[in-house]
Write a protein that binds this ligand. Structure first.
Ligand code: ADP
Ligand code: PHD
Length: 476
């Protein structure tokens, strides 16, 4: 049994959906036991968030505009792919009903002038609900008994809206009750990616890019043999091919390497995807919808050598460095504990921590969009210390990026760090900070965001990771 997930680019327009439907149909005809997981058409999730935010800020037209745009985009693809008039009519009517329900929620956000994380999760789930209805109808048109399934009925999570954690035992029970009977009846479930619901039924999302995670949660629940993530590149590559055109596809990497790469910016897979799959030893394949003959990347318990300890270079742009500068009166241990307790209470994710050699300042990296929340919380926590001069300064440097050099067994291999930092020096790229105690799997550091486009290709070259034209990704 396989779970196959198709990302936003694989369902982004009629041409992409046509390819996706062919891949699903072939896999279904070959094996029969298959669950498809689909993301929203590319750009739709952003559109839903933007409309909800505009409504909260008082835009009266946001809901109506959104309704119209959602219907037009999905109806356009349906009209190209569903020639049978009755099926097209029924599909458009279901799509319109979903868009109308979504617009009503956006209207209520406008009335309340408030967009809670809970409301936002419910609203954004409609992108996936609409694409699942559309893709199931296209498959039915091609003779496949596909059934759209809303994942809030199957994936059970806690109530951490915006980045919920799955409750795997509860999800397994739901999958057995809902998906297994469909599979046994020879049907093909087309499950919405990205969201689940609390045990009480409140819709929760699994974080941006979370449909990969949905696929792996369902694979865990169904004891699947494999997860296939279909996207728009040939696999996990030595760098983002948009930044480094000579990047090569890695044939095999370990769960741990994939997690590290994803955590440090390789958007091709969501960092939490590996955990449920690894728990059950289920391999994950990354495949290209637009070049399905390419073998792709296998993510499994083991790694494979590419002749270098360095596997890939990744980057996370759009981060800020926050620095807390002491005057020496406060002990480092005290400041460190209070800083991280305070940041922990905000719920913001800290990517990296470092300390100046003077030991009087402590720095860490967060997303730029989270920085002001963190700064406000720290200013409250250290108000008295700032007044008394025990803490000298607290500040944010925006416009930064984290770059990570990833590969198993980097620690203990002499010369890797030297080559990374030497390369940056040769290119006159200033290093703002280096992570404290880099892990076995990566060396990470902070540079200015506008230097990423020079730094990543330079390090990629320095480790000889680029391929010849023939070896490069055909799909990128
Ligand atoms: N190391 C990497 N290997 C492959 N792709 C990467 C890497 N880093 C970043 N990417 C980007 O990830 C993109 C695929 O992710 P995404 O756009 O979220 O796809 P999908 O819509 O299928 O979920 C690729 O187009 C590529 O630009
Ligand atoms: N649609 C959601 C979930 C997702 O995983 O999308 P994609 O597969 O296109 O990255 C998002 O944009 O976050």
């Amino acid at each position: 049994m396989r779970v196959m997930k198709f990302g936003g680019t694989s369902v982004g327009n009629a041409v992409a959906i046509d390819r996706t439907a062919r891949i699903i149909a072939d896999a279904y005809r070959g094996d029969g036991r298959l669950v498809a997981v689909v993301s929203a058409m590319s750009g739709v999730t952003n559109q839903l968030i933007a409309a909800a935010q505009a409504a909260a800020e008082g835009d009266e037209q946001a809901a109506a505009r959104l309704q119209q745009e959602l219907v037009e985009r999905h109806r356009g693809a349906a009209a190209e792919l569903i020639p049978t008039a009755a099926r097209l009519e029924a599909t458009v009517s279901r799509l319109t009903e979903l868009a109308t329900r979504c617009a009503r929620l956006v209207e209520s956000v406008h009335v309340l002038r408030d967009l809670s994380p809970r409301a936002q999760d419910w609203i954004v789930s409609f992108g996936e609900r609409m694409s699942a209805v559309l893709i199931a109808a296209v498959l039915e048109e091609r003779g496949i008994p596909a059934v759209p399934v809303d994942s809030d009925k199957v994936i059970v999570t806690d109530d951490h809206f915006g980045s919920a954690n799955p409750l795997l035992d509860e999800t397994r029970a739901r999958a057995e009750a809902i998906l297994v009977p469909l599979l046994e009846a020879g049907k093909l479930p087309v499950v919405t990616g990205f969201f689940g619901a609390t045990p009480k039924g409140a819709v929760t999302t699994l974080g941006r890019g979370g449909s990969d995670f949905s696929a792996s949660i369902l694979a865990h629940a169904l004891d699947a043999d494999e997860v296939w993530i279909w996207t728009d590149v040939d696999g996990v590559m030595t760098a983002d091919p948009r930044l480094v055109p000579s990047a090569r596809t890695l044939p095999a990497i370990s769960f741990a390497e994939a997690t590290e790469l994803a955590y440090f910016g390789a958007k091709v897979i969501h960092p939490r995807t590996m955990q449920p799959a690894a728990e059950r030893g289920i391999p994950i394949w990354i495949k290209n919808t637009f070049n399905p003959e390419h073998p792709g990347t296998r993510i499994g318990p083991d790694t494979s050598s590419n002749g270098s300890v360095v596997k890939a270079i990744t980057a996370i742009p759009g981060v800020s460095v926050i620095t807390v500068e002491g005057s020496g009166f406060l002990s480092v241990a005290d400041v460190t504990a209070r800083v991280f307790e305070t940041v922990g209470r905000t719920g913001v994710n800290v990517f990296m921590v470092f300390q100046a050699s003077s030991q009087h300042s402590l720095g860490f990296v967060v997303r730029r969009t989270d920085a002001s929340k963190v700064l406000r919380a720290l200013e409250r926590e250290f108000e008295l210390d700032l007044l008394k001069g025990r803490v000298a300064r607290l500040w944010e440097e925006p416009g930064m990026a984290i770059v990570a050099v990833v590969g198993a067994g980097m620690r203990g291999t002499p010369g890797v760090a030297g080559r990374v930092f030497g390369t940056l020096g040769q290119h006159r790229i200033n290093i703002v900070a280096i992570a404290q105690g880099s892990s076995e799997l990566n060396i990470s550091f902070v540079i200015r965001e506008d230097e990423v486009a020079r730094a990543v290709p330079a390090i990629h070259d320095a480790f000889g990771l680029g391929g010849s034209a023939g070896e490069r990704s055909a799909g990128s």
